[in-house]
Design a protein around this ligand. Structure first.
Ligand SMILES: Nc1ncnc2c1ncn2[C@@H]1O[C@H](COP(=O)(O)OP(=O)(O)O)[C@@H](O)[C@H]1O
Ligand SMILES: Cc1ncc(COP(=O)(O)OP(=O)(O)O)c(N)n1
Length: 283
């Protein structure tokens, strides 16, 4: 029997099942890798927003990372919601000890989640500096959205040209690659995600679907990239695979609850077409 590639997400729980580690695990499953988790926080969250955040002790987060990697082993890891400076410090230390990121040879995707799509904070303000000094320099790839770009660089991106300036500014914080996601470039008729390695830009352009149901899109993109890295893809190929994956996931997005529904990483599964047929969802 063959053991599949393994991935790790260091992330928070979304009780609504749309984003966070729930989206990551669905994506890992759909991408054919065995997903593991180090839980950082439990959020009280539904389709309308976040009403509670309960963090896990930093040493417990670090212990989960070490437990998984020393036994099960992972070929790539990612972060989602990390919540506090203390958790970020614990994650950085644990990653160094087990070889995740640039101190080792396990590719490390840092998705610097700062807020939910409803604007509810998922990161302490004091932790912004911890990302800049402790995680970005350890990252193979960072994947900020435009709100996160503003928080980390002060740059307000409203054009594709400014997306390039933002990528350069973020690269100066030490990651190997930067992917500036363009989902929040509202005036753009397409969604451009811009990859930068310090010398070359690579553009990944996809359609912009007219849907409000994009909860979990950042998690799904980062997890699909992480899955491709775990299978041995280089960064450009992994982002290409991730972009193709998120386009289909947003195409298959669906409503749940009274608010915003999730993208669907399960579009690739055999029964997904039937499930996603318009009119087949009742509620
Ligand atoms: N309406 C949409 N149609 C198609 N792709 C989208 C749409 N909104 C976001 N995306 C894609 O989803 C991914 C996450 O984008 P973004 O919204 O920028 O980040 P986040 O989900 O972290 O806020 C990106 O690949 C982006 O291009
Ligand atoms: C627990 C938890 N983690 C992350 C998010 C945000 O998810 P993300 O996919 O980065 O962003 P949206 O696409 O949902 O805006 C969350 N809400 N909860």
């Amino acid at each position: 029997m063959r053991t599949p590639p393994r991935t790790l997400t260091i992330a928070g729980s979304d009780s609504g099942g749309c984003a966070g580690l729930q989206a990551d695990l669905r994506t890992f499953f759909a991408c054919g890798v065995h997903g593991t988790t180090a839980v950082t926080a439990v959020t009280v969250q539904n389709s309308l927003g976040v009403t509670g955040v309960h963090t896990i002790p930093p040493e417990v987060v670090a212990a989960q990372v070490e437990s998984v990697v020393t036994d099960i082993g992972v070929q790539a890891a990612k972060t989602g919601m990390l919540a506090t400076a203390e958790i970020i410090a614990a994650v950085a230390g644990a990653c160094d000890r087990v070889g995740i990121g640039r101190a080792g040879d396990i590719p490390f995707v840092v998705d610097p989640v700062a807020a939910s799509m409803h604007g509810d904070p998922l990161l302490h303000e004091a932790a912004l500096d911890s990302y800049r000094t402790e995680l970005f320099p350890r990252a193979t790839l960072i994947t900020p959205n435009l709100d996160e770009v503003r928080l980390f660089t002060g740059l307000d991106v409203t054009t594709r040209a400014q997306q390039r300036d933002a990528a350069k500014a973020l690269f100066d914080h030490g990651p190997q690659w930067v992917l500036v996601k363009g989902g929040h470039l509202w005036g753009d008729p397409e969604c451009l995600d811009l990859l930068y390695d310090g010398s070359e830009f690579t553009e990944f352009v996809g359609p912009r679907f007219d849907t409000e149901h994009t909860h979990g899109s950042g998690d799904t993109l980062a997890s699909s990239i992480t899955s491709a890295l775990a299978k041995g893809a280089d960064v450009v190929s992994a982002v290409r695979a991730g972009k193709a994956f998120i386009v289909e996931s947003v195409r298959g997005a669906y409503p749940v609850g009274a608010g915003v529904g999730p993208v669907s990483p399960l579009w690739r599964l055999p029964d997904a077409a039937e499930f996603l047929t318009p009119g087949s969802i009742t509620g």
